[in-house]
Design a protein around this ligand. Sequence first.
Ligand SMILES: Nc1nc2c(ncn2[C@@H]2O[C@H](COP(=O)(O)OP(=O)(O)OP(=O)(O)O)[C@@H](O)[C@H]2O)c(=O)[nH]1
Ligand SMILES: [K+]
Ligand SMILES: [Mg+2]
Length: 436
Amino acid sequence: MRSDDTIFATASGYGRSAVCLIRISGGASRTVVETLAGSVPEPRRAAVRILRDPQNGEPLDQALVLWMPGPSSFTGEDQAELHIHGGLATRAAVLRVLATLEGCRPAEAGEFTRRAFLNGRMDLSRVEGLADLIDAETEAQRRQALRQLEGRLGNAAEGWREDILQALALLEASLDFSDEGDVPEDLEAEILRKLTLLAEDIRRVLANRSGERLREGLTVVLAGPPNAGKSTLLNALAQRDVAIVSPIAGTTRDTIEVHCDLSGFPVVITDTAGLRDTHDLIEQEGVSRARAKAQDADVVLWLVPPEGAGTEPPQARRLLSVATKVDLSHVRHNCDVAVSAATGEGISDLIRRLQTEAEAALGQGDAILTRQRHRSALERAQASILRAIDMMKAHGPLELIAEEVRLGSRAVGEITGRVDVEHLLDRLFASFCIGK
Ligand SMILES: Nc1nc2c(ncn2[C@@H]2O[C@H](COP(=O)(O)OP(=O)(O)OP(=O)(O)O)[C@@H](O)[C@H]2O)c(=O)[nH]1
Ligand SMILES: [K+]
Ligand SMILES: [Mg+2]
């Protein structure tokens, strides 16, 4: 892979469609447009052109052509877009001809965005925001990703770095004073004040874990004795026939996961094997998987049928008890919610409960940190700043304090990719689709 190649890819997904968008980026973009379309439109003005195969002059398609010279393009390079008809043969023909052109090759996954990053058009936090925006499946995820793309995290990280550098400048001034004798007390107090405010700000941001959880979704596990109605309830919540339902106890063995959108919140609901002692080896495995899933879940729905659970609920962080089959009996066993999947009674009440849980755990998309990567960088920055504060209070050596503060600034710089992050890049961009 060469970074000075001109790359191209469809950016509008696979399969036939009305229009297919082909993106082109790199030094040969202008020549490519000239070769295929005969002439280059005005910058950033869409123009209709016949695209031709330069080998034989045969028309390939009628297209809308855009010419976007660098450096103010998405990638920072010269870029062009061909909006062609989305038929499979048309697309194949244009892509085939593009590949024959000098210096042109198909793009790799994430290569357009990688170039945008390398050319300073986007910092790493915005790149991640863009990846999340493409993956967003619910309203809250979309909101969070867009905020990150717009620079919410990037600006915060730049602000922290700015504060750290100011403290560092004051520390260096103190070092000069200390050569001459004593460091003025008010200078020391000012450094300490700055670092303390910063540490408090970072502590507050780290305390909010909803951003990371919103990307994954709230995990909800359906647990209960066999025949409690777990699979039936899963189908009702998913509004699809995903799990096998039968009057035979022990029907479900494998865990079954369904991704749902509950009023804009992503929720992953898992159906599990009924909990009971059994001699069936496969069912035993199902039961132990059910317990493990319940332990990891944000919320366990503990389903209690009219005849009672007959066993203790599994270990769980949060447990909501749900009386099932209330169309058959009025016994509710003091449960939090009562439902009948058969008549639909109580289902909307249960959904409301889950929404409340999701909102509490995932927030509204306003968290600043959205990935473990951000958290671990910021935690390292925090640790350095706290060590620096402790040393200041103990009147420790200024050189060591300055070194800690420098480490803190490096750690914060990782969030936006200001410092060496080469090892992160391959993994991050590989998660993008081709054409992004
Ligand atoms: N009347 C009535 N029957 C229900 C209701 N929910 C489930 N059932 C019936 O109860 C039986 C067991 O339902 P399942 O959903 O398979 O129960 P399960 O908890 O998944 O069972 P296992 O997978 O075997 O652990 C089936 O015959 C369902 O039709 C309900 O709300 N009302
Ligand atoms: K069953
Ligand atoms: Mg089942």
